[in-house]
Design a protein around this ligand. Structure first.
Ligand code: NAP
Length: 288
């Protein structure tokens, strides 16, 4: 049986839906079983025949983390240590979702799993500490680093842009940060595939949509496709700006393009182009 943590987050909701569709046995929890409270976690799981933990829970407020590092580290580092220790005590397998923001973004080209981390902000540092706590405590783990998540549930870049494109005549978007958008449904499918195949090649993996873009080009693509679908019906000017012109509390990597070679080879998967996933996502929105 699977224990899904963070089932009310944007990724967790898609994972839960897929587990239901696949008739997998699972239990799920979110903030009511606080990761920071080990006794609460233990009393939730005790007596249940769990063999996998799938952890989609996290403190994800990248900018706010700069002002509340204790909370970010409390959840992402210490909370993850609690999960890791429970996985260790009960000999459970673990999938943990991590982030491209553990890199400093100075590399030209794609980041591989072996590249040295160097997080620029509190969020990235706290997630990296979460990774380390897993590596130090759990034998059978898959850490999946992903980037630029969007989906039907929750606040994310695509939903924010669709909202702005329906309200504003001009939208200014950062054009000098590069990475890969990732649809939560694609990632959820890969996570369930990993559980099903469980090939024993434990360790760190990268997964994101195929291809590389900037937030600016991503927005242009959202706009063009949303117009075609009739989700946006207005003329909107999309203007590129620099990171310096868009002040934010947290520094972000200039390049967080992740190589997917390892996950493709190990799990024999194909990774959809980010444009194709965006198209599917928008088509689903249109049907709603
Ligand atoms: N979003 C991205 O672009 C992105 C990019 C790369 C990696 N990731 C990683 O992907 C994973 C999923 O992200 P997401 O966007 O789905 O995040 P999300 O929507 O913020 O979901 C996280 C869930 O965890 C819950 N949570 C927070 N603190 C908790 C605690 N102490 N105990 C138990 N549950 C707690 C949250 O509840 P509340 O809402 O009540 O706080 C929320 O339901 C995370 O590990 C994140 O670091 C995200």
């Amino acid at each position: 049986m699977i224990w899904l943590l963070g089932n009310r987050g944007q990724l967790g909701q898609d994972v839960e839906q897929l587990l239901v569709e696949k008739q997998e046995k699972f239990i799920s929890s979110d903030i009511e079983v606080d990761k920071r409270d080990k006794e609460r976690l233990k009393s939730f799981v005790n007596g249940k025949q769990v063999d996998w933990i799938v952890d989609c829970s996290a403190y994800t407020a990248v900018d706010r983390a700069e002002k509340e590092p204790d909370k970010a580290f409390g959840v992402n580092a210490h909370g993850t240590l609690n999960i890791a220790e429970i996985a260790c005590d009960k000999a459970l397998k673990l999938i943990y979702i991590s982030t491209d923001y553990i890199f400093n973004g100075e590399k030209e080209g794609a980041y591989s799993e072996d590249d040295t981390p160097g997080p620029l902000g509190v969020y990235g540092k706290s997630k990296l500490e979460g990774e380390i706590n897993i590596k130090n405590n759990v034998k059978e783990y898959y850490i999946i680093r992903t980037s630029w998540l969007y989906g039907h549930h929750g606040n994310n870049f695509v939903n924010t842009m669709l909202d702005l494109l329906n309200k504003k005549s001009e939208v200014k978007v950062v054009a000098d940060q590069w990475g890969s958008p990732t649809w939560t449904k694609d990632l959820a499918r890969v996570m369930v595939h990993i559980i099903e195949s469980d090939n024993g090649e434990y360790g760190v993996y990268h997964y994101s949509g195929e291809g590389k873009t900037s937030w600016f080009y991503f927005t242009q693509e959202i706009y063009a496709r949303a117009r075609t679908h009739g989700i946006v019906k207005r003329d909107v000017k999309i203007s590129p700006i620099t990171t310096e012109e868009y002040p934010a509390d947290a520094r972000r990597p200039r390049n967080s393009y992740l190589s997917k070679d390892k996950i493709k080879t190990s799990f024999k998967i194909e990774v959809p182009r980010w444009q194709d996933s965006l198209e599917e996502f928008l088509a689903e929105i249109k049907e709603e």
